[in-house]
Design a protein around this ligand. Structure first.
Ligand code: FEO
Length: 400
């Protein structure tokens, strides 16, 4: 049994990408990313998903190392985004008899992306494929995070091949499963992946989780990051929390500042919240912070405080960008407070207040608004706002 065979007949053949700097040309990859693919080996062989095309040769080497010259009978496509599907056409050249398995939306995308029309096999919710010693069944989980997304279930080994669901950023440093590497290194990267990639689709993720819970899952094999075995239960719970946007007690202070006045409010609020006994406080200067890290923290904590100077009679652009990202993710239920600054005509606080109304979020305290410089009155307002935020958090904790 090779190291890649982490369960009888289930083998990892994915690859690490340590050179791409931005996933989807958007999100940073400080620790790389893995594109996971798996073989299910019975009398017949199925490959579950492929890898990004520039790593296709490495995928083929990994496959050959595991099964030599045996053919692949089926390629199951759980997700069509090209980081998983773009080696498909090259693989078909190598394995011309390989049938490509997907639901009707998948097959439509295969035709559109790769011009493949032969040897396709459409499956639905009640279909199975018998590999001889291993069965593949299919669960449709649309909009996690594309419309064609599905999961593949192997009941003999209680393995769920879940697509992007439960995936993380971060290349696999040696180990494949969460018992072979330090899972804690990947937890924050899972939150960041969720916030950046999947976060808009909390409702479909909840529906997917309802389906997953009907299965006696022992192992989760996502398309990125570690295979979850020992921690599979915790990962399901974490996904449930994230997709409900259930924030942990904590405060994110996200601000823009051109000359340091708005920043001074952010720093004072953070110190005053700490003095009130709040321990989970994260402060982000939005001109410099990694956007996916900010989103990760906004998903994680239950209170968001945003500060912005007025700029061209609008919000400061990095603040505007963050609010747009939050709004497109339909994030419910955050406690919100704000502060802003202006020199001759204020707009930022008004815009922040409009944002909170659109989101239907609970606002805490009065916005702090600076006209020109910081003052003793503003300093006192920071203490008041911090006190109100802390009181709200304590009341919430008492209710739970
Ligand atoms: Fe990892 Fe949605 O592709």
């Amino acid at each position: 049994m090779s190291f890649a065979e982490f369960l009888p007949g289930i083998r990892y053949v994915g690859v690490n990408d340590r050179t791409t700097t931005r996933f989807e040309a958007l999100w940073t990859l400080p620790c790389g990313v893995s594109y996971n693919a798996y073989l299910v080996v019975g009398e017949k062989i199925a490959l579950i998903d492929t890898v990004e095309a520039s790593f296709g040769n490495r995928l083929v080497e990994n496959i050959r190392e595991e099964i030599g010259d045996r053919p692949i009978d089926y390629l199951v496509v759980n997700h069509m985004e090209p980081d998983h599907s773009s080696s498909m056409a090259a693989l078909r050249q190598l394995y011309p008899a390989m049938r490509i398995v997907g639901n009707s939306r998948t097959l439509d995308m295969i035709r559109g992306y790769y011009g493949l029309d032969e040897g396709l096999c459409e499956v639905g919710e009640s279909d199975t494929i018998d590999l001889g010693g291993a069965t593949l069944a299919f669960r449709m989980i649309p909009m996690v995070h594309w419309p064609e997304t599905m999961a593949t279930w192997c009941p003999e080994q209680r393995v769920l091949f879940s697509g992007d669901a439960f995936g993380t950023f971060g290349a696999l440093d040696g180990g494949i499963t969460d018992t072979q590497l330090d899972p804690d290194r990947y937890r924050d990267e899972m939150r960041r992946y969720y916030a950046a990639i999947v976060g808009k689709y909390g409702g479909p993720v909840q529906q997917a989780l309802r389906k997953v819970r009907t299965l006696p899952v022992g192992t989760i094999c996502p398309t990125h990051g570690p295979v979850w075995q020992r921690h599979a239960g915790e990962i399901l719970e974490e996904y449930d929390r994230m997709s409900r946007c259930a924030g942990e007690p904590g405060v994110v202070i996200a601000y823009g500042s051109m000359y340091g006045n708005t920043e001074r409010v952010a720093e004072c609020l953070a110190r005053d919240l700490a003095a009130e006994g709040i321990r989970n406080i994260v402060v982000h200067n939005l001109s410099y912070a990694d956007e996916s890290v900010v989103l990760r923290d906004v998903f994680r904590y239950d209170t968001l405080v945003v500060g912005s100077p007025t700029y061209n009679a609008e919000l400061f652009p990095p603040v505007e960008q963050l609010l747009r990202r939050i709004e497109t993710r339909n994030m419910p239920g955050r406690r919100f407070a704000c502060f802003g600054s202006f020199t001759w005509a204020g707009a930022a606080v008004r815009r922040l207040d409009e944002f909170a109304r659109r989101m239907k979020w609970e606002t805490v305290g009065e916005p702090i608004e600076l006209r020109q410089g910081f003052s003793a009155a503003v300093r006192e307002s920071c203490r008041d706002l911090a006190r109100r935020i802390a009181e709200g958090m304590r009341e919430e904790a008492d209710r739970e």
